[in-house]
Design a protein. Structure first.
Length: 255
């Protein structure tokens, strides 16, 4: 949920979290390397590093800072609040096998999609692969569009105010009016479509997945290269297969 941004935040905390994220993303960084990435004096960066080490979120070996195993343990506790991975995996494997394309389930938090689990099934895994990502925007992903189409317009505006409409390919929608027109069509159709808006050559369909009380938990999507997926296949095959998989996943998660 996107909160009201008219509130006081601590830049020191933001800097510490930024450092922790960078260290995690790069699988270890030195102070000198962080000095070129973080807009703070080197002495301040060192203080943040020392604080994170004292709090046991970082370890240091031969001058290289890495995220500690304690963070992994905290992550395991967080995962316990989310769906059982085996149940999600079973539905995704079935969808990927049925369609021959890649299927993904993402969690919706703070106006972004976070990768929970994905599988390529029998789809090709060389020429079709895009770079691995763990976070996605909503405006240029199929599941993201489906989720936005269900939200109150005021909440959609808050999400767009926070994250903007970054252009990640030539086809990415970066105009709000055009996006809202697209969301209206998505709502009527029941699933979102992206045609090279996330990455060149990639087409996907996606739909929202709900908790048992009806709120959005995340999104399910299936997609692949444009030469295998055209609008006819989406309208007469993939869309129906996707919605069937969503029903199956929601039934499994709510049981």
């Amino acid at each position: 949920m996107i909160e009201n941004t008219d509130r006081r935040t601590l830049k020191t905390t933001q800097t510490s979290l930024r450092i922790l994220t960078l260290v995690l993303e790069h699988d270890g960084l030195t102070l000198a390397e962080l000095d070129g990435m973080v807009d703070s004096p080197k002495s301040s960066i060192l203080s943040h590093l020392d604080t994170l080490r004292d709090s046991r979120y970082l370890v240091k070996t031969d001058g290289v800072y890495r995220v500690s195993f304690r963070v992994a343990l905290l992550g395991d506790r967080v995962k316990a609040r989310y769906p059982d991975r085996d149940r999600v995996s079973s539905v995704l494997e079935d969808l990927a096998e049925t369609t021959g394309e890649e299927a993904n389930f993402t969690i919706f938090e703070h106006g972004r999609l976070l990768m929970f689990h994905g599988t390529s099934g029998s789809a090709a895994t060389t020429e079709d692969e895009t770079d691995y990502r763990s976070e996605y925007y909503l405006h240029n992903t199929a599941a993201g569009k489906a989720i936005l189409a269900e939200l109150d317009p005021t909440r959609v505006e808050r999400i767009l105010d926070k994250w903007g409409l970054p252009r990640e390919s030539e086809a990415t929608i970066t105009d709000r009016e055009r996006l809202f027109d697209e969301l209206a069509e998505t709502g009527e159709r029941g699933y979102g479509i992206v045609d090279e808006e996330f990455a060149p050559g990639l087409v996907a369909v996606g739909a929202a997945v709900h908790r048992d009380e009806g709120t959005v938990l995340g999104g399910l999507s299936v997609g692949g290269p444009k030469y295998r997926i055209d609008r006819t296949r989406i309208d007469h095959e993939l869309g129906e297969q996707l919605l069937s998989a969503v029903n199956s996943l929601e039934s499994t998660l709510h049981s």
